[in-house]
Design a protein around this ligand. Structure first.
Ligand SMILES: [Zn+2]
Length: 308
C-alpha cells in the first residue's frame, strides 16, 4: 500500500487569500465571505462546542486518555476558526519577511501497524529528525495521526514537551477523505467529522503547543470533506513546497525540491515516518543549510501564517 505520497496539485485560489489571515475569527470570516456558512449561535459555539459528529460513536471510541466529547477549540489556539463554518484552506503564509514552516507528517495506517507487528518494518518514527531539530533548536510543526500517537506515546510526549514544536492533526488512521487518493482506503462520509475529532482527542492530552491545524492525507479534499470539518473549528493546511520525501531513495532530490521552491512564507511538507521516508533525515541538514544561505528562518506554522 502506498501511504503518504504527495503529488503537486493545482493551487487553491482561496488558499492564498486565507493564508494571510489564517488565525482569528474575523480574518477567516472575511476570507470565507463568498462561502455561505451554516449559522451557529455564538453562545452555542463558545459554550457547547462542535455538534456531535455524525459518525458512529461508542464502539469505535479510542482507548487511552481521551474525553468522550469532541474537543472544543479555545480561541487562543492557533488555527482556530469559527465552529460551523467551512474551514479555510491554507497553502502558505505572507510572502514577506523571512520565515518558513517546516512541517512533518506522521502517517499511520492499519497496514503500517501490521508491518510493525510482523517485524517487516522497524520504525515509522524517525528519531534522527527529532534529534537534529532539537540539537539545532529548529522550530517545526508535526501533523500527527491518532494511530501514530497511540503507537509512539513517548515520542509524542517528547514532541509536546518541546516549546519549539507545534502539534497538528493528520486524521486518525490516514484514510482518504475523497475518492481517488493514492489508493488509500476511504473514510465514510458520515465518519469524517468523528475521525478528525477523535484525533484531536488523542493529541490533546499531551499538552504542549496544540493547534487546530489539520492536513488531509495526500492533501486530498473536496467540498464535502471540508464541510465535514465545519463543526471542528479548524484551519486546513496543505503547503506550497512538496519535498517528495515519501519512498525517496536518495536525499539529493528532496533537498533540491525544497530549496528550488522555498520562499518567504512557505510551508514545506516532509515526513517523520522513517521506513516510508527514509532519506528525510539525511536531507534535513542540507535543507537547513540552504535555508540559512537564502536568509530564510524556520518558524512554527502559527508564526509563519501570522507573519506580517
Ligand atoms: Zn500523510
Amino acid at each position: 500500500m502506498i501511504t503518504g505520497v504527495i503529488r503537486p496539485r493545482p493551487r487553491s485560489l482561496l488558499g492564498v487569500l486565507v493564508a494571510a489571515a489564517a488565525i482569528g475569527v474575523a480574518a477567516s470570516a472575511v476570507a470565507l465571505s463568498s462561502t455561505p456558512a451554516p449559522r451557529v449561535s455564538p453562545a452555542v459555539a463558545a459554550t457547547a462546542g462542535p455538534a456531535a459528529p455524525a459518525g458512529p460513536t461508542g464502539a469505535t471510541e479510542p482507548s487511552g486518555p481521551a474525553t468522550s466529547m469532541p474537543s472544543v477549540p479555545a480561541a487562543s489556539v492557533p488555527g482556530t476558526t469559527r465552529v460551523g463554518t467551512r474551514p479555510p484552506v491554507v497553502d502558505h503564509g505572507p510572502r514577506t519577511g523571512n520565515r518558513v514552516a517546516l512541517t512533518f507528517d506522521a502517517d499511520m495506517t492499519d497496514g503500517m501497524l501490521q508491518n510493525l507487528r510482523a517485524g517487516r518494518v522497524k520504525s515509522y518514527a524517525n528519531l534522527r529528525i527529532v534529534d537534529l531539530l532539537e540539537r539545532e533548536q529548529v522550530p517545526a510543526t508535526f501533523f500527527l495521526t491518532g494511530k501514530w500517537v497511540e503507537r509512539y506515546p513517548e515520542l509524542t510526549r517528547r514532541l509536546a514537551d518541546n516549546p519549539r514544536f507545534e502539534l497538528a492533526n493528520h486524521t486518525y488512521g490516514h484514510a482518504a477523505f475523497t475518492g481517488d487518493c493514492y489508493d488509500l482506503p476511504r473514510v465514510r462520509a458520515n465518519a469524517m467529522t468523528d475521525d478528525v475529532a477523535r484525533t484531536f482527542r488523542a493529541i490533546e492530552p499531551y499538552g504542549g503547543r496544540q493547534t487546530r491545524y489539520f492536513r488531509f492525507p495526500g492533501l486530498c479534499h473536496d467540498a464535502a470533506a471540508l464541510a465535514a470539518l465545519a463543526p471542528l473549528g479548524v484551519t486546513v493546511v496543505d503547503g506550497d513546497v512538496v519535498s517528495g520525501d515519501p519512498f525517496a531513495t536518495a536525499w539529493q532530490p528532496i533537498v533540491r525540491a525544497v530549496l528550488d521552491n522555498v520562499r518567504p512564507g512557505s510551508v514545506v511538507i516532509m515526513h517523520v515516518t522513517e521506513a516510508n521516508a527514509a532519506m528525510t533525515d539525511e536531507a534535513l541538514p542540507y535543507i537547513l543549510a540552504g535555508l540559512r544561505e537564502r536568509g530564510l528562518v524556520p518558524a512554527m506554522l502559527s508564526e509563519v501564517l501570522a507573519a506580517t
